[in-house]
Design a protein around this ligand. Structure first.
Ligand code: PEP
Length: 253
């Protein structure tokens, strides 16, 4: 089964650094086998230049967020229309850093998902419990609630694609850094699939949805996740901003 590897560069790199990492990766990407899909999510500042650097490669570009309206008086926001027009294909939505620092709610993420799909962009929906919730045995409840509130009322056809990224907050390197065990990730993908089965027809789920894992993925542990049969790939933060490390990680899948 082909695997997707998504790089979330967050706000880690300066514009100059983003260009230099992209130029190195475009060379490496020529040797990546066709069953691996690479997606880079740079900052908005570098977005257009990074799209240009990867233009003739098989690497796709994603945004780290978008706003839920296409145009209007929304100071500081970014339109899905512009991301699409500039060559973006994917959008990270509901990342825990946005939920925590910008009070993003499931309703906002729902609206952003809708506008992504209307513009032919592939949403990468991040869900995950924090350490307190995990400790209190609330993990499954939290994930089910996040998924239901984000996806309820979102109708899909087989031309739509949606990626669900299970990113436990405690596992993200900037917020704890204890990567989840493959057994736990395998259990959670079954919980996610059950929610999808409650919301959508069985026959469409495999066409539309992919489930991936994110949280302290490194070249050393990535294969533990990509080897899980129903996990379609990984979302990588810290280990994606250095071209050699990210290239090693891609090679290790
Ligand atoms: C992330 O924040 O999306 C992430 C996966 O980060 P890291 O790989 O650094 O844990």
């Amino acid at each position: 089964m082909s695997k997707i590897i998504i790089a979330n560069w967050k706000m880690y790199l300066s514009h100059e650094q983003a260009l230099s990492v992209s130029k190195a990766l475009v060379v490496f990407s020529k040797r990546v086998s066709a069953d691996k899909k690479i997606v880079i999510c740079p900052s908005y500042i570098s977005f257009k230049d990074v799209v240009d650097i990867f233009r003739d490669s098989r690497v796709s570009i994603g945004a780290q967020d978008i706003f839920w309206e296409e145009r209007g008086a929304y100071t500081g926001e970014i339109s899905a229309l512009d991301i699409k027009m500039l060559g973006g294909e994917y959008v990270l939505l509901g990342h825990s850093e946005r939920r925590k620092n910008f009070n993003e709610t499931n309703k906002m993420i729902h609206d952003k998902t809708r506008i992504c799909l209307e513009n032919g962009l592939i949403p990468v929906l991040c869900i995950g419990e924090d350490w307190e919730q995990k400790k209190n045995g609330q993990r499954d409840y939290v994930l089910i609630q996040q998924l239901n509130e984000v996806l309820e009322g979102i109708s899909v056809s087989d031309s739509n694609k949606i990626i669900i990224a299970y990113e436990p907050v405690w596992a993200i390197s900037a917020g704890g850094g204890v990567h989840a065990s493959p057994e736990e990730v395998n259990y959670v993908q079954k919980v996610i699939r059950q929610v999808l089965l409650d919301l959508y027809d069985n026959f469409i789920i495999n066409d539309v949805f992919k489930i991936i894992y994110g949280g302290s993925v490194t070249p050393e542990n990535v294969k533990e996740y990509t080897d899980i049969q129903n996990i379609s790939g990984v979302l990588v933060g810290g280990a994606s901003v250095n071209a050699d490390t990210f290239n090693k990680l891609i090679g290790a899948t």
